[in-house]
Design a protein around this ligand. Sequence first.
Ligand code: ADP
Ligand code: MG
Length: 254
Amino acid sequence: MVKILAIANQKGGVGKTTTGINLAASLAIAGKRTLLVDLDPQGNTTMGSGVDKRILRYTVYHALLGEQSITDVRITATAGKYDLIPANQDLAGAEVEMVSLAQRETRLKVALQTVKDDYDFILMDCPPALNLLTLNGLCAAQAVMIPMQCEYFALEGLSDLVNTIKRVRANFNPTLKIEGLLRTMFDPRNVLAKQVSDQLQQHFGDKVYRTVIPRNIRLAEAPGFGVPALFHDKFSKGAQAYLALAKEIMEAAA
Ligand code: ADP
Ligand code: MG
């Protein structure tokens, strides 16, 4: 059975894209058939997978608008053994163009139907907003992974996201779950980070992934080479943390 996860947090810079790329690469290296969907017009997931977003003929935009089948949009990541539904700036217009279309919230879900049985895991990297693109991710997902930095305002943004998830449950996707909260860019020497982390565990208990992603320069460097950290410095703390996260997720899905 395929596991379909939306990686979402309306805050930018919390590690969604880094998580998408590195988790996809880690699942793939463990032999899992993995698809990564870029839902952000910035196309960072696409570039970070070694694919030049500027020369793409078709992107997720064309699949959402129903202009191309998802199989025609799908490519193989240049680095890493996972498949990719790429995105670029074209996607910025999709929001407006989709407003007039029927079932605009579930277009990705419908598009993925034809390929979902090809995979063990489908990960969707959502943009930093609670917009129609993120809604498409949440409607297509079985569960949500929420990357967050352990800082003071982290919890505040969380309630907006949780409310959106409730709304999606009520209207489109009754079985949508919160798969887990992922602590990213973690610095154990930072007292505040530790306090927020403790708070998260008190509030959300086992919804917090055991694996913590440390702040690690290799994770930030790798996209510049168009590769997941695994192919940049396999033994770095960052690459190892995402391998551990993949293991945790595979165990939970088993
Ligand atoms: P988002 O997709 O939520 O906007 P990104 O994954 O793009 O966040 O991360 C924001 C920035 O932080 C990027 O420059 C990225 O390389 C860097 N970054 C992400 N995770 C880490 C980490 N664990 N350690 C160091 N830098 C990181
Ligand atoms: Mg991003």
